[in-house]
Design a protein around this ligand. Structure first.
Ligand SMILES: Cc1ncc(C[n+]2csc(CCOP(=O)(O)OP(=O)(O)O)c2C)c(N)n1
Ligand SMILES: [Mg+2]
Length: 301
C-alpha cells in the first residue's frame, strides 16, 4: 500500500527554496548532457514543485500506488524539470540526473514511461498527452474513484497540434471534472513567440468555447498554483484548464524571455546577451544561490 506523500506539507518558503534546487539541477544536468531544453523547464519549476510537494497524492517509494493522482507531461521536451523534481522528491538518487540523455540512461531527453517508475506517459511528439490524460480520467470516473485527480501539462506552442482540441472536445463530452490541465503560457515556442508563429489568443475564450472552466494564474507564484489547483478540484461540472503565465528561463537572467534558450543547454554556445559559454553554468548557479538567499530574507522579514 502506498501513502499520501503530501501529508506533511512544506511551507511556502520551503517550496520556493525547493524550486531553486530544482532549477540548479536543471542547469547542471543539461550542462552535463551537452544538449536539451532550458527555457521551458526553468519556467515550469514552480508548478512542478507545487504539484509534487503539495498538490498531488503520490508516493515516491511506491510509484504505482493505486490511490495516486496522475501527472502527464504532454510537452515531453520539458522533462528535465520532471526528472529534477522527481529526484528531489525521492523517486531516485539525484546523482542519476547526470545521466540525462546518455545511452542506456533511464533519463532520456524525452520521457519514456517504461524506463523510469513514476513516469505515467511516453511523450516528445507533441499533442498526445491530453488524450492520454482524458483516458485515465474517464477510467477513474468509471471506477467511481472520485478522490483521484489527473493533471496534465501542455506547452502553449503545443496547442498548435490539432489533437489537443480533439481531446478538449472529448473531455467536455464526458464532463471530466477530475481532469486538471495546465497550459504553460510562456509565449515562446521552438523558433519564435507564439503570437508570431501561430497566434493563440483569445486563449481563454477558446477553452471556454470548448466547454472548459478556465483559471488564469501567475505560474511562477507557488501559492497561486496551489490555490488554483484547490479551486479546480472544487469544480464538479467541467474539465478545468489553468492557463499558467510563466517566464521562460525563469531564475536565470540571461535566459529569461529569450526563445533561443528553448532547446539549448548552458555551456554549448556563445550567445549574444549571455556570458561566454564556459561561464554560463557558473553564472546561472551563482544567480540561483543569490535567489535562495533572497527568498530566506523575504520570509524572515
Ligand atoms: C508533433 C511534434 N511536432 C514538432 C515537434 C518539435 N517541437 C519540439 S518543442 C516545440 C515547440 C513547442 O512549443 P511549446 O510547447 O510552447 O514549448 P516551449 O518552447 O515553451 O518549451 C516543437 C515544435 C515535436 N516535438 N512534436
Ligand atoms: Mg511555450
Amino acid at each position: 500500500m502506498g501513502k499520501n506523500f503530501t501529508e506533511n506539507k512544506r511551507s511556502i518558503e520551503d517550496l520556493e527554496l525547493t524550486a531553486v534546487e530544482i532549477r540548479k539541477s536543471i542547469i547542471t544536468m543539461l550542462e552535463a548532457a551537452g544538449s536539451g531544453h532550458s527555457a521551458g523547464p526553468l519556467g515550469l519549476s514552480d508548478i512542478l514543485t507545487a504539484l509534487y510537494f503539495d498538490i498531488m497524492k503520490h508516493d515516491p517509494k511506491n510509484p504505482d500506488w493505486d490511490g495516486r493522482d496522475y501527472f502527464f507531461l504532454s510537452n515531453g521536451h520539458c522533462v528535465p524539470v520532471q526528472y529534477a523534481t522527481m529526484a528531489e522528491a525521492g523517486y531516485f538518487d539525484k546523482k542519476e540526473l547526470k545521466t540525462l540523455r546518455k545511452f542506456k540512461s533511464r533519463l532520456q531527453g524525452h520521457p519514456e514511461r517504461e524506463q523510469l517508475p513514476g513516469l505515467e506517459n511516453t511523450s516528445g511528439p507533441l499533442g498526445s498527452g491530453l488524450s492520454q490524460a482524458c483516458g485515465v480520467a474517464l477510467s477513474l470516473q468509471m471506477q467511481k474513484k472520485s478522490h483521484q485527480w489527473v493533471y496534465c501539462m501542455m506547452g502553449d506552442g503545443e496547442l498548435n497540434e490539432g489533437n489537443i482540441w480533439e481531446a478538449a472536445m472529448f473531455a467536455n463530452k464526458y464532463r471530466l471534472h477530475n481532469l486538471i490541465a495546465f497550459v504553460d503560457r510562456n509565449n515562446i515556442q521552438i523558433d519564435g513567440t507564439t503570437e508570431h508563429v501561430m497566434p493563440l489568443e483569445d486563449l481563454r475564450a477558446k477553452w471556454e468555447a470548448f466547454g472548459w472552466h478556465v483559471i488564469d494564474i501567475d505560474g511562477n507564484d507557488i501559492e497561486a498554483v496551489i490555490d488554483a489547483a484547490a479551486m479546480a478540484r472544487a469544480i464538479v461540472e467541467k474539465p478545468i484548464v489553468i492557463i499558467a503565465h510563466t517566464i521562460p528561463g525563469k531564475g536565470v537572467d540571461f535566459m529569461e524571455f529569450d526563445y533561443h534558450w528553448h532547446g539549448m543547454p548552458v555551456g554549448l554556445k556563445d550567445v549574444a546577451g549571455a556570458p561566454p559559454k564556459n561561464e554560463q553554468a557558473k553564472v546561472a548557479l551563482k544567480e540561483l544561490r543569490t535567489l535562495a538567499g533572497k527568498i530566506k530574507n523575504e520570509h524572515e522579514n
